[in-house]
Write a protein that binds this ligand. Structure first.
Ligand code: TPP
Ligand code: MG
Length: 360
């Protein structure tokens, strides 16, 4: 029995293309990306790091509401998103706002989402997806359903969902991957393993050596990838997407990553459960540092390029927060009207009451 488990576990080795020094260690699997693509990926990672820093500051000033920091996870989030097409359907978790933004969600709407404003959930027509899920794992079952719907309609697109290491302890996680496997649904399931579920280390969550191996029980493909290596994440996502649209079913992808900041901005203090040594160890693996080295070597990136993106991001953020500030405040009437297509009599009554109040 033990022998079976060991032989399964030993097959889940971490896939990597770019090592910590920015050197290619796996030439054969290097994805086919143009120089412009490579620069664009770097631009997005730098932009997103700035967005994270500014969002934290805005939250501290009381100008944003709910916010889950993203620094450290850029390669995992953006390498995967870069492999998607506009028609793919995103089912993100609360930390996955960057993927929505790069799929086309305007920044001011992301800020409104953070403030709990309903307009933050009204995605533009060409951004296919659901709002970030707060309930751990719930998006996995939804993704299986969305993917099955795509298959039945003969669409050449995929449903893409994200959860964390902690999310893989939930029943919904297993139900989602099992259902998608049973129906050969075109879904890509991401586990962003940042090693902690708030303060609980992954070793306390499971006896499994890897989270990717959970795919085996569902009879689907599973792979563990270096989540600090944007090229590796892009390559495995591209491959999973191709197999999904060719009818070869879903894939479970575990990205090995780290979040530098607190769990959310609602009072979590990571120094209570993480050591400085561990933080330092992961900062050495930083996705931006290694990709920058790789690009600089190829003469594709300079400090001027970097400064330009930083200025661009800061300018965009300033404009977007202003736009969010100017957007009409959410009213009780908005809330009631957004809840139902047809109102039950008691809410109809309340609606009239609030319309009257709010008109004064
Ligand atoms: C069903 C459910 N149980 C508990 C919570 C409270 N909760 C919020 S985040 C979180 C930890 C999730 O950790 P992980 O899946 O690793 O994601 P990460 O925050 O690290 O990205 C928990 C337990 C919740 N939101 N939903
Ligand atoms: Mg986690």
């Amino acid at each position: 029995m033990k022998h079976v488990l060991e032989s399964v576990e030993s097959q889940f080795e971490m896939f990597q293309i770019l090592n910590e020094d920015g050197k290619i260690v796996n030439k054969d699997d290097m994805p086919d990306l143009s120089d412009d693509d490579l620069k664009e990926i770097m631009r997005r990672m730098v932009y997103t790091r700035i967005l994270d820093q500014r969002s934290i500051a805005l939250n501290r000033q009381g100008r944003l509401g709910f916010y889950a920091p993203t620094a450290g996870q850029e390669a995992s989030q953006l390498g995967s998103q870069y492999a998607l097409e506009q028609d793919d359907f995103l089912l993100p978790a609360y930390r996955d706002v960057p993927q929505l933004i790069w799929q086309g969600l305007p920044l001011y709407q992301a800020f409104l989402f953070s403030r709990g404003h309903f307009h933050g959930n009204q995605f533009p027509e060409d951004v296919k997806g659901l709002s970030p899920q707060i309930i751990i794992g719930a998006q996995y079952t939804q993704a299986a359903g969305v993917a099955l719907g795509m298959k039945k309609r003969g669409k050449k697109s995929v449903a893409v969902t994200y959860t964390g290491d902690g999310g893989t302890s939930q029943g919904d996680f297993y139900e989602g991957i099992n259902f998608a496997g049973a129906y050969g649904a075109p879904a890509i399931f991401f586990i962003q393993n940042n090693h902690f579920a708030i303060s609980v280390p992954v070793e306390m969550q499971t006896n499994a050596k890897t989270l990717a191996q959970k795919a085996v029980a569902a009879g689907i493909e599973g792979i563990q990838v270096d989540g600090m290596d944007v090229l590796a994440v892009y390559a495995v996502t591209k491959d999973a997407r191709e197999r999904a649209i060719n009818g070869d079913g879903p894939t479970l992808i575990e990205t090995i990553t780290y979040r530098y900041g607190p769990h959310t901005m609602a009072g979590d203090d990571p120094t209570r459960y993480r050591t400085d040594e561990l933080d330092d160890e992961w900062e050495k693996k930083d996705p931006l540092v290694r990709f920058r080295k790789f690009l600089e070597e190829k003469k594709l990136w300079s400090s001027e390029d970097e400064d330009k993106v930083i200025e661009e991001a800061k300018g965009d953020i300033k404009k977007a927060i202003k736009k969010a500030d100017e957007y009409p405040k959410q009213t009780v009437t908005d809330l009631i009207e957004n809840m139902h297509e047809e109102l039950p009599p008691n809410l109809q009554e309340q609606l009239e009451e609030y319309k009257e109040k709010e008109s004064k």
